[in-house]
Ligand binder design. Sequence first.
Ligand SMILES: CC(C)(COP(=O)(O)OP(=O)(O)OC[C@H]1O[C@@H](n2cnc3c(N)ncnc32)[C@H](O)[C@@H]1OP(=O)(O)O)[C@@H](O)C(=O)NCCC(=O)NCCS
Length: 164
Amino acid sequence: MTITRNGPDLARVVVADARHLEALMSIMRVGFDPHYGEAWSTAQLAGTLTLDGSFARQAVDANDNIQGFTLSRVVAGEAELLLVAVDPQLRQRGIGRLLVTQVADDVRRFGASAMFLEVRENNVAARQLYRSLGFADVGRRANYYTGSSGERFAAITMRRIVLD
Ligand SMILES: CC(C)(COP(=O)(O)OP(=O)(O)OC[C@H]1O[C@@H](n2cnc3c(N)ncnc32)[C@H](O)[C@@H]1OP(=O)(O)O)[C@@H](O)C(=O)NCCC(=O)NCCS
């Protein structure tokens, strides 16, 4: 099912589920800087996809090749954006914005009133993307992430109200 399209030869966002595990993992493997260890394993992703309220979306090109994905979960009226990643070769073309915008539309339909996420404090691209889509900083957890050399990074909790 096609949900959204951002141009004739750009990405469209479609549903992803357990059948697309390998495609999602192909972006997972290249989409996260190994220094921060934020990529999930196949087992983690597969397990989360089976949880109540969890859902994934993928951006695909005209040939249905995956360009990026999101993983989210709605629990008790609140949504959490767990992961978003775009193929490094395809960044800064609007795919990340398209994917996160689609999540906001989805969670509204699922009845969530707010959407939360956690992002590493020094993840400039992601924080800028979220800010540009109306997310605001609402919390900070010191030493939440650990880099491969042992250095620690804070997590910023961001929130966007999705229902008026
Ligand atoms: C964050 C990420 C998903 C953005 O995807 P993208 O397709 O490049 O983003 P878009 O092209 O839609 O950019 C949308 C906005 O994000 C911001 N942005 C994107 N890349 C940026 C960068 N390198 N530096 C600063 N801002 C950036 C800009 O505000 C941009 O709007 P603009 O084009 O009007 O300036 C991508 O960089 C990524 O996959 N990063 C690695 C995974 C990750 O860290 N995920 C987040 C934590 S789970």
